[in-house]
Design a protein around this ligand. Sequence first.
Ligand code: AHR
Length: 654
Amino acid sequence: MKKVLVFFIAALQFSLSAQQVQEITVTANMPVCDVQPTMWGVFFEDINFAADGGIYAELVKNRSFEFTLPLMGWEPVRQNGNGRILPTFYSPGKDANPHFITVVIDTENGTFGLSNEGFRGIGIKLGNLYNFSVNARISDSFNIKMKVELLDSTGAIIGATEPTQLTADWRKYEAYIQASSTEPRARLQLLFSGKGSVDIDMVSLFPADTWKGRKGGLRKDIVQMIADLKPGFVRFPGGCIVEGRNLTNRYQWETTVGPVEGRKLIINRWNMEMRNHQAPDYFQSFGMGFFEYFQLAEDIGAEPLPILNCGMSCQFNAGEVVPLSDLNPYIQDALDLIEFANGATTTTWGRLRASMGHPEPFNLKFLGVGNEQWEEQYIERYKEFEKVLHQQHPDIKIVSGAGPYQAGKYFDFAWSELRKLSPALIDEHYYMPPEWFMKNANRYDNYDRKGIKVFAGEYAAHSKEAEAPESRNTWLSALAEAAFMTGLERNADVVNMASYAPLLAHVDAWQWRPDLIWFDNLQVTGTPNYYVQKMFSTHKGTNVIPALSGGKPLIGADSLYASAVIDKSNAKVYIKLVNTSRSAKSVKINLEGVSFQKNGEIETLKSKGLYDYNSVSNPKLIYPLSNPVVISGKKLAVNLDAISVNVITLAYKK
Ligand code: AHR
C-alpha cells in the first residue's frame, strides 16, 4: 500500500511539473551593463588543416618544394617519355625559399612530368576557373613544351592548359584552367615534352573565385561561414601554434608577411602531435599570414586580436624558456607588430603594410601576450612585456592568460599574480564535458565586477564521440554551451570577449575535435555548436537586461536557462531561452519597461537525439528555424521544445 502511495505522489508531482508554467519577467528599461561589441568572436588556429588545405585557397601542397622531404605530395608521371626529377637544388642566398627542382626530359613523342595530390585531393567544381602559375626556366634545352592538366579520381582529364613557351630566365607563367566536371579528389599534372631540363618552383593553383575575388586569396565558402557569425573579434594565429613545440618552431609573425615566396615555411606543430591523428604532410606555408589575418578581421568587421609568443614554447612539449636577459627581441616583435598594424607608411613596418596593398592602418587595439602558459616563468615574462607596452602604447589593451585549465593551482596562481599587474583581460580556457557547462552557467556571477575583465578565449563542451569526424559536435554539447553562454551574457560586465575553439577542421585531415566548422575540399558545414554561436552573436544587443524568475536569474531551475539583452541601435530585445529537459516547457514572459510591437519571432535550434550531429553529408540535420510569436497585453506565452535553444526577437516602440 505504501509503495502505491509513493508511486501516486511521484506521478502527481510529475504531472504538476509537466504542467508547470515558468514565469519570467524581462525588464527592458533596466539595463544592467553594456555588452561589448567584442563579446562573441572567433578563435582561429592553424590546426586540422585550417590554413593550408583550408581557408587559404592554395590547392597545391608543397608548392615550393620546401617540405622536409622536398617531393612530399609529388609523384613523377611518365607517358611514353623518359625523364627524371633531380634532387632538389638549394640556393643559399634565398633564405626563405632555397629549394627548387629540376626535371630532366628526354622524350621524342611522349611526355614526362610530375603530379601533385593536393590536400587530401584537390577540390574542383564544374565550370569554375582555376588560376595556375609556376616559376620556371629551361636550360640545355630545345623545344621543351609544358602542358598542365587536372585529373579526376579515375585519371580522366577535367581541365587543361598550355602556358606560353618557356625561356632561359626565371619567369612566372600563368594560365587559367576551366573545369569540365566536379571532383573532390583531383590531381594537378605538369607534363613536359622535348629534350633538356626545366627548373621549377612555386607551382600553384587557386580557384579564381576566392573571397572578395582576391588573387591567391581565401576560400570563399569558409570565410562566408565565419563572416555570417558577425564576430566581434578574430583571435589569431592560435593557440599552441603561437608557442611552438620548441622555440625554433614558434610562430614568428615577421616571417609571414611580404611576398608569399619570401615567407619561410615551417613544420606545423600539430604535424605529429596527436598520436592517432598524425599528419607528416602538415606544414605552414604562411600564405595565410599576419597581413591576411588583419585583412580578414577588417573584411568581416571584427577587431583583430593577435596573440604573440612571450618567450616560452609549449609547456606540454619542450617547455623552452628564454632567459629574461634575452627577452628583448620577443618584446621588440610586439612593438614591430603594432607598427605593422598601426604605424605610418613612413615607418619600416608601416611601409611594408602599404606595399602589401593596405596603406591605411589596421587599427589594432588588442594584443595577447602568451597563449596557455603557466607559473612564475610566465608571470615574469608577462611583466616585462607589460612594462614596455604600457609605456610605449598605453592605448593597446593587453590580453594575458590564466593557463590551460578552468580552475586549480595554475589558474589561481595566474589570477592572483595578474591582479597585481594591469592586463585589460585574462584569457581563460576550458574544454570540459557538457555537464560541466550546464553546472557552471553561474561561473561569473561572483567575479569581481570592477576587476580585470575575462576573455573566455577557448572553450568547447567535449562530448561522446563516434567514428565520423564530426560526431563529437553532438547536440548535447551545443545545448550545454548555449546554457553556459546565457551565463556569459548575463555577466557581460565581466566577460568582454568569448570564443569557441578550435574554429575549423578538415574532415580528412583533422587532429583535434570537436571544432566549430567542418569542411572537405568542396563543402563546408556548420556544427550545432556553430548555430548556437551564431544565435548569440547575431543577437548580441548593446545592454544586458534582467530576465528573472521569482526575482532571480534562471540558471537551470526546471532545466531552463535564460538571459536577455536590448539592442538600442535597432530597438529590439533578444531573449535567449535554453531548455535542457527532455520535455517541452511552457514559459510565460512578462514584458516590462517599454512598449512592444505585437508581433515577434522565435528562432529555435533543436534535435531529437542528444547525440545527433551535423556532418558534411548531412549538414542541416540541426539547423535553426523561425516561427512567429504574438504578444498579448504585456505577456508572451511560448512553448519551448524539449532540448532546444531559442532566441526570441521583439521590437519595441522608441
Ligand atoms: O584549441 C586547441 C588547443 O587547445 C590550443 O592550441 C591550445 O591553446 C589549447 O590547449
